[in-house]
Design a protein around this ligand. Sequence first.
Ligand code: G6P
Length: 631
Amino acid sequence: MCGIVGYVGRSEAAPILLDGLRRLGYRGYDSAGVAIVNGNKVETRKCAGRIAELGKLMAERPPTGTYGISHTRWATHGKPTDQNAHPHFDATGRLALVHNGVIENYQALKDQLIRDGDTNFASETDTEVLAHLIGKLYDQSIAADTSSNGKTKAELPNKKGRLVEAVRTALRQVIGTYGIALVHRDIPDFIVGARRGSPLVLGVGKDENFLASDVSAIVAYTRDAVYLNDFDVVAVERDKFEISSVAGEGGNYQVSKVEFTDADIKKGDYPHYMLKEIFEQPGSVRDAMRGRLSQEECTAKLGGLNMTPAQLRDVGRVVLTGCGTALHAAMIGEYLIEQLAQIPTEVEYASEFRHRNTPMTRDTLVFAISQSGETADTLGALRESRRKGYRTLGICNNVASTIARESDGGVYMHAGPEIGVAATKSFTSQVAILTAIGLLLGRMRHLSTSEGTRIIEALEALPEQIEEVLKLSDQMKAIAKKYASVSGLLFFGRQFNFPIAVEAALKLKEITYLFAEGHPSAELKHGIIALIRPDLPSVFIAPDDAVFSKNMNNIEQVRARKGPVIAITSGNCAKQLKGIADDIVTVPKVPDFVSPILTVIPLQLLAYHLAVELGRDVDKPRNLAKSVTVE
Ligand code: G6P
């Protein structure tokens, strides 16, 4: 995915655009650029590399002007080079465009443009083709009317109208996804935006307006936002805006208040967003539960699901889908819903689910889990499920995200903005919500009031217990230093903590670039044991639970082959591990179904401290993006 920021107002656009891009840096960071219009000049600065590189370029030659567009890129078509960096231009260089998404039929559109005599392409990108197409349609519209046909000037659509119409006509030819923003040198103080499948938000200010892929880019300037819908086209001026559809109809919109403030998206005293977000977990888990647990009825209250008690009772099967960390939360959700509600539950990779024909029963309830609410594969899964008529709910963090809006209902995480590319607090919020869903569905069936109360108590105790676990940060830092030169790590867990092994391995891969794998502990002996050697530590997630002694057997198997062992444990089990595990990390003892929310935290910290130790760019790891809005 990529990040877009646009501005039209009375202030200098350059600092606003650059500041917005820095805040969107998590969306992609392999090249960046701006185009600001100043009189009849489009001032462009763009380069491969981080936004800091663009900042240097803009400091050397500051572009001036009060309206413009900007972009930070995560490459899909063409390498991250200066040429391929956005903005891209039409054949005349008067129209500049930035784009987030993929134009799938760009080659066919390009071939047609070339056949029509346009060969002036400067990049390998799909975006440039769209810029050429819109520019050509706009110029044709001007030419047709000036060579005209008896109409008086007043009757002819103005330049703004013509540009919007050219955008609409071009987008009707496009197959694929887009969030776009564009400016034209000949049309002062005017930006056009449009979206389909990639998010775009209009920020409504006083005598100034903004466009952005995400409100975090503009919340320092305004908290009034219009979350655009797919196929919306927006014409933005300083003091007004007009929303219509690609088909040319009037658009419906609503101005919403952004939930968070600029302060929420600052790093504060933390060196990295990831560490800040790890430390926010007592609050984010509390917020995920706030107002959702009823002591009186001994159950969870999740009104956003939009389901009646009878509908909830009739759920016969659950499918949980998502990608990356959200998928790992789903894996815990499977254990939770099956244990608490005894409803058969399956986890599906969103990317697989959407294309394979999973047999489903009529009473299947589908949950699409996504922090961003914009992940293309998860969105595709949600659409496929809804198309087939299954009730499909979202578990999202980003308010008004596409998944949140397209689902039949759902549960917001209320975790606050997550900026670090490696997901941390969103994961624990997702698991807490899935526990609440298990409780709710269980209480519609066999779970007694006392069992319901026990689950509520376990959930309510979590924020304080997380505070305790966060005190392990220094120990995890020391362990990270000790193992800084290893070639990789293996992670093992059983039952509720098997998905934690997989999630911990993902965290490690994402931000340290070390080799890591997560497996069920017992699988060790079915092949992985061949890897065990003194320079490859194994991390066992072995809390004080029903399967601890089984985990112990596997730990012994590793020790017998001289593999170092780091154990994440709880309660009295720490004593049993003494002299067996090389490093013992103890979290509070809790019921098994909530233990993953605690055991994951030291492993988030391990990945974090190891990445810092290795000098990695923790918040912006190589090749990744916070949310992937392409397939
Ligand atoms: C990307 C990120 C992962 C994230 C996944 C799903 O791959 O790098 O960290 O877990 O997307 O993101 P979502 O926003 O759908 O939860």
